[in-house]
Design a protein around this ligand. Sequence first.
Ligand code: G3H
Ligand code: 13P
Ligand code: ZN
Length: 324
Amino acid sequence: MTDYKKLGLVNTRELFKKAVGGGYAIPAYNFNNMEQLQAIISGCAESGSPVILQVSSGARKYANQTMLRYMAQGAVAMAREDLKSNIPIVLHLDHGDTYELCVSCIESGFSSVMIDGSSHSYDDNVALTKKVVEYAHKYDVTVEGELGVLGGIEDDVKAEKSNYTKPAEVEDFVKKTGVDSLAISIGTSHGAFKFKLKPGENPPPLRFDILEEVEKRIPGFPIVLHGSSSVPPEYVALCNKYGGKLDNAVGVPEEQLRKAAKSSVCKINIDTDGRLVMTAKIREVFAEKPSEFDPRKYLGPAREALKNLIIHKNREVLGSADKA
Ligand code: G3H
Ligand code: 13P
Ligand code: ZN
C-alpha cells in the first residue's frame, strides 16, 4: 500500500470545501503522457491553482500503472523543487468502473477515485458506490459518484443519449453511499462533438434548473461537471487548416462554465481541449516544417500551447487561479 500523503498528494475534501464557499471550481485535467503532465503542472503552478491530475483506466493501460504512479510523484517533485510551488495536487481516478480498479488505484497512491456506477440501476449504483466509499475512507481517500448519464463516450461505458440527473434521487444517494462529491448530468457530454448545431446556431444552455434543484436538496454539497471542454474554435480551425477533420466540433461555452463554477460545482473535468490543442500544434509543425523529426520540436510547442490554455482556463473560466 502506497500512502498518497507520503507522495505529497492531498485528497479533495478541503479543496472542495473552499471552492464551494469561494465560488470557483478546481480544474481536473486528464493526462496520458509526460508533456501533458508537465503542461498541467507548470500551468497550474504559474497561475497558483490547486489541481486534480486525472487518470482514466485507458490512460493507466496506455502509460503503465507503475510508470503513472512515478509520473505523479515526479510531478509533485517538479512543482516543489523546480517551480518552487506549493499548489495542492490530487491524483484522481477518472470513471472507475469496478470496485477492484478503485482498490488498485488506492493501493498505488491515488488520493481520490471516481466510481462511475451510472450505467447500472439506481440500487446497484448505490451498492457499488457505498462499497468503494467504505474501502476508500479507511485510507482517507475521497470518492466521487455519478447520478445521471452523460451523452458521448464515458471510457468503456457508451451512452447514446444523455439522461439528466433526477434531483429527487440525489439526497438519498449521497446519504446511502457516503460519497464526497457527485457528478451530475445537466447537458454536457464527453468529446469534441457536444451539440449538433445548424449554421449560425449557438449551443443550448446547460440545464441550470436541474443544478439549482440539486443544490436545494443537498446545499453546499460538492458537485462535479464532466464533459466540460469548450473545444476552442481557433484550435479546431488550426487543426482543420493542417489536414484535420474536425468539422462541426463544438463544446460548452466558457461563460456557462464560469456560471457553473460560481455555484456548488467545484470540480470541472477537461480532457478533450488538451488533446485538441496539442494535436493542432503538432499538425502545424508537421505542415510548416516537414523536415523536423525530433519529437521535442513538435511536442515542445504542443506542451507550451497546452500550458497557456490551462492558465487561461484557471484565470478566466474556473476562477481557481491564486486559490492555492
Ligand atoms: O471521460 C473520459 C476521459 O476523457 C478519458 O478518456 O478513456 O480516452 O482516456 P479516455
Ligand atoms: P471532455 O471530453 O469535455 O474534455 O470531458 C472530460 C471528462 O469529463 C473526463 O472525465
Ligand atoms: Zn468524464
